[in-house]
Design a binder for this molecule. Structure first.
Ligand SMILES: Cc1cc2nc3c(=O)[nH]c(=O)nc-3n(C[C@H](O)[C@H](O)[C@H](O)COP(=O)(O)OP(=O)(O)OC[C@H]3O[C@@H](n4cnc5c(N)ncnc54)[C@H](O)[C@@H]3O)c2cc1C
Length: 483
């Protein structure tokens, strides 16, 4: 079988420790180190650990011919924090785990930071913070760079600094041919724009260069409260987004959800995560989002933070001991649409509450006009969002649970909720096609959601840089361009 030949070739080409085989402790540790424990349902025939870019080149050259014959699949993994099953792991194939491609280097007089593809945001923040700098990256220090730098992404600073992907100034990649090229505003610009939203469709990225900016402490944290206040929170959020004078220093997420832990206090608990990204204590603009009553005072964490603290606090909400799913949609920032979406979500929860270990949430995160407007000056991306449609709202349904038997119930319930939300928004004239790849369920189609024009450009980029379709045929996980 071709996979056996690939394994033999990899074992011949690399030291034993880099080709980790099932049945070893090292394999078990790696294959169970994803955010969602469901990824470990997939059993690769080997996990390959490149030490550097040259190893990635060698790997692509070894596996390429077998993959192009259609018989051997591989997966590319950053930090493994995206839960969509199979987007970063593969059954019966080879998983390339980039964790050892480390390195964080300031350059261009500290205007840019070069980040190895195996880094996590927390490491990047620690290094930059020593110099009073930051980048726009995941709110969770545990998150890997690739999942967000290749898909869009919101950060603490995105109202002011734009999408995470729009802040990547250069991608160093290994193409299907094994050639290393850089994609930026001057070189291979079609690939540069395509990678900003195109996921794992074109190459293995080995390094990201990102724009840095000065950043001091900032104000923010979480507030827990009860659902009778949620409608007024949604109203305040939309009002703020639509205010032509709105500051670009706020970052607000409104969440409501169910967890057995809180069920004795309230069936639904709400949580706002709010930030004002300058060193200003209790900024009045955040008052509506932190002062609602009643609230759980003992859980309130709003305070002066630095980026490292803030990213640690968010990372503590991640778990690798549960099965995890994300599903999302986008609508216009419209109160009746958002409230209808919330009601649809809450009404669907009843039959799920008995599921062991269930924690689920409905989270609203804005794409403010200021963020959407920055894409063009940053050189463009492939998300296909018309900035004139803004402000927009991302609706994310996030779930954690324990057992595989409950997968179908969770997936089908939340698929129906998202479909109903989209249908309702369509009747109100507030529907938006865009689905965020990083929050997409495996059965969603973010690439199609970018629109025909953007998809056609992505396909043209694939034909140019990967003419034989290695990343289309070989990398089965993620969202492909040819469907
Ligand atoms: C507590 C918590 C907080 C979070 N905060 C945020 C947030 O602030 N903003 C936000 O937008 N999301 C956030 N997320 C979502 C999370 O960060 C992501 O799901 C993200 O995708 C993780 O990136 P990763 O590199 O670990 O991805 P992985 O799971 O390793 O990979 C994701 C996808 O990218 C591809 N990929 C990764 N690296 C490469 C590469 N080098 N070359 C080619 N393809 C590659 C993979 O093949 C895969 O398809 C959060 C999640 C949690 C649990």
């Amino acid at each position: 079988m071709a996979i056996n030949e690939v394994l033999k070739a990899l074992k011949g080409a690399f030291p034993t420790a880099q080709v980790v085989l099932p049945g070893t402790d090292a394999f078990t540790a790696l294959n169970t180190s994803y955010l969602s424990k469901a990824q470990a349902d997939l059993q690769p025939r080997a996990i390959f650990l490149p030490r550097d870019r040259d190893d990635v080149i060698k790997f692509i050259r070894v596996i390429g011919p077998y993959t192009l014959q259609g018989s051997v699949k591989f997966a590319v993994r950053g930090a493994g924090q995206q839960p969509a099953l199979g987007c970063n792991n593969v059954d019966d194939g080879i998983t390339v785990d980039l964790r050892n491609l480390t390195g964080i280097l300031l350059k261009d007089n500290d205007a840019t930071v070069s980040i190895g593809a195996g880094e996590r945001w927390g490491e990047v923040y620690s290094k930059l913070q020593e110099k009073g700098l930051a980048v726009t990256g995941s709110r969770s220090g545990m998150g890997g760079i690739g999942g967000l730098a290749l898909s869009g992404g919101l950060s603490f600073f995105s109202t002011r600094e734009g999408f995470i992907t729009d802040n990547v100034t250069n991608f160093e990649v290994v193409l299907a041919s094994g050639e290393v090229i850089n994609a930026n505003a001057n070189k291979n610009t079609d690939l540069f724009v395509s990678l900003r939203g195109g996921g794992n469709n074109f190459a293995i990225v080995t390094r990201y260069d990102m724009r840095t900016f000065k950043q001091g402490k900032f104000w923010g944290g979480a507030v827990f409260y009860f659902p009778n206040s949620f409608p007024s929170q949604v109203e305040a959020y939309v009002k703020e987004l639509k205010d032509p004078e709105a500051t670009n220093e706020t970052h607000i997420m409104l969440g409501a959800g169910y967890s057995a832990t809180f069920a004795q206090i309230s069936e639904i608990m709400c949580m706002n995560q709010v930030y004002y990204t300058r060193e200003v204590e209790s900024p009045p603009i955040l008052d509506p989002f932190v002062n609602m009553q009643p609230q759980l005072d003992h859980m309130r964490s709003v305070r002066m933070l630095d980026l490292v603290d803030a990213a640690k606090e968010q990372a503590s909400q991640g778990s690798s001991t549960s099965r995890v799913s994300y599903i999302n949609t986008t609508v216009k920032a419209d109160v009746p649409t958002l409230m209808a979406a919330y009601e649809t979500y809450v009404n669907a929860l009843g039959p799920l509450k008995a599921i062991e270990g269930l924690t689920t949430s409905f989270t609203l995160q804005a794409y403010p006009k200021s963020l959407l407007a920055m894409t063009e000056s940053a050189g463009g991306n492939s998300l296909g969002i018309d900035p004139l449609e803004g402000p927009l709202m991302s609706i994310l349904l996030l779930s954690f649970w324990q057992n595989k038997e409950d997968d179908d119930k969770i997936h089908s319930t939340f698929k129906s909720v998202i479909e109903a939300v989209d249908q309702d928004a369509a009747t109100r004239g507030t529907a938006v096609s865009y689905k965020y790849m990083n929050y997409a369920a495996p059965f969603q189609d973010p690439i199609n959601s970018y629109g025909k024009e953007s998809k056609a450009k992505l396909q043209a980029t694939s034909k140019k840089y990967d003419p034989e379709g290695l990343f289309q045929k070989g990398v089965s996980g993620g969202w492909k361009l040819l469907g």
